[in-house]
Write a protein that binds this ligand. Structure first.
Ligand SMILES: [Zn+2]
Length: 408
């Protein structure tokens, strides 16, 4: 098996797409990521009842504090309901969940009798379920089940800023986030969890302190999703494209589709990350490369040159060739990017659209954009909204061949 992102000899094209798919889940930024097996989901595009969504809050073993203001907390196991005073201390272990004197070894769910319930820093309104994971992995998954529109309040308020984004761009974000979420609901029928609450899907922060503008953007687009050829699709988005979005083929190895084609973007020029530069010592680059599977200290000589291979028209690069004292190899841009230490914000490679120049014992990375570059550019949406575009114009610019349809 070829190690992820590291090809010591000549690349084999048929294996590249596999590698690209394997690394795609780590293309994490402030937005939705990991492409699913199929980017379209068949949907009944007539009006339906608002769907519920299962949001993964945490998984594994953990200790949680759960609090409800002026309310008791209900714990339900099958048809039995127990009532506990707030706060609750919940110990999640491999085979059981302990609450006070009670130990549960089968699924339970909890909810404040009235109002919101604070769990792990988030104010939640829905039932929070504890579902055992498989015996092999051990531990439990904690999932909030919540109506889609309420979930979106907690997503849009985290994904974009109500202060600096005009209403049309907030509405565009609400529609893109709703489409992405509904795609995952349709893609995981019968599953309790549909999405994660982090950048692995889209960021969900619960329901406290939702700005009025965000409420308005979600409410005024209620039930509206994007449709392409009559189907719901996985509507990726990212922070800043840097001038042109990246096609789904180039970023994720997806099939060539109109909806994920590369488009020009004049909207994100005011983004802090429209252009960026990072200077790194050879030792830093070296340590990043040593994190790539298959590269070891003995075989890696002094790093001499790093050159892009197969640069896409958008400027994004899939692979770099690394010339070092003992030979050369190709490494995926993402392996290089995520191998970099991220101790300080300035020390990140923010996208895979960059050039590298050697300067003495240092390397200078000059790049553009932040994120994987596929789909809607959030800062671009902000820019276009500032120049008067409406949400449908913004969305149809970034997701070609789509239309907005209201489903609930
Ligand atoms: Zn842009």
């Amino acid at each position: 098996m070829i190690p992820e992102g590291f090809i010591p000899t000549q690349r084999v094209e048929s294996q590249l797409s596999i590698i690209s798919r394997n690394v795609s889940w780590i293309l994490v930024l402030m937005c939705c990521v990991s492409p699913s097996e199929n980017v379209f989901a068949q949907s009944d595009t007539r009006m339906i009842k608002e769907p519920m969504i299962g949001v993964g809050l945490a998984s594994g073993l953990m200790d949680l504090t759960v609090a409800a203001k002026n309310s008791v907390i209900k714990v339900q196991k099958r048809r039995e309901i127990l009532r506990f005073e707030s706060p609750l201390f919940i110990n999640v272990r491999a085979q059981s969940v302990t609450i006070g004197d009670y130990q549960f070894s089968e699924p339970i769910r909890i909810r404040a009798e009235e109002g919101l319930m604070m769990v792990d820093g988030r104010s939640l309104t829905g039932w929070v379920e504890f579902q055992p994971l498989s015996r092999e992995s051990g531990g439990w998954e904690v999932i909030e089940r919540i109506p889609m529109e309420q979930y979106l309040l907690g997503v849009v308020s985290k994904e974009v800023s109500a202060d600096s984004f005009p209403m049309a761009s907030l509405k565009a974000q609400a529609i893109a986030s709703r489409t992405y979420a509904y795609f995952h609901v349709l893609s995981r029928p019968g599953k309790r969890r549909h999405v994660h609450s982090t950048v692995r899907s889209q960021v969900y922060g619960g329901l406290s302190d939702i700005p009025e503008k965000i409420r308005q953007a979600v409410e005024e687009t209620r039930g509206q999703v994007l449709i392409h050829s009559g189907k719901i699709f996985e509507s990726f988005f990212h922070s800043t494209c840097g001038g042109a979005t990246c096609s789904g083929v180039e970023a994720f190895g997806l099939p060539s589709l109109e909806v994920f084609s590369s488009v020009r973007c004049e909207g994100c020029t005011t983004s802090k990350y429209f252009r960026w530069e990072l200077e790194a010592q050879e030792s830093v680059v070296r340590s990043a490369l040593l994190k790539v599977e298959g590269v070891d200290k003995i075989s890696l000589g002094k790093i001499q040159r790093i050159e892009p291979v197969d640069r896409a028209s958008s400027g994004h690069v899939a692979y770099f060739k690394v010339q070092h004292g003992k030979g050369s190899f190709e490494v995926s841009a993402n392996s290089l990017r995520f191998g970099f230490p991220s101790l300080k914000t300035e020390g990140k490679l923010r996208s895979q659209a960059f050039d590298v120049q050697s300067r003495g014992d240092k390397f200078v990375f000059r790049g553009r954009g932040w994120g994987h570059g596929v789909g809607m550019c959030q800062m671009g949406a902000r820019g276009y909204a500032r120049s008067g575009w409406l949400e449908d114009q913004i969305l149809q610019h970034f997701y070609r061949g789509t239309e907005i349809r209201r489903l609930w």
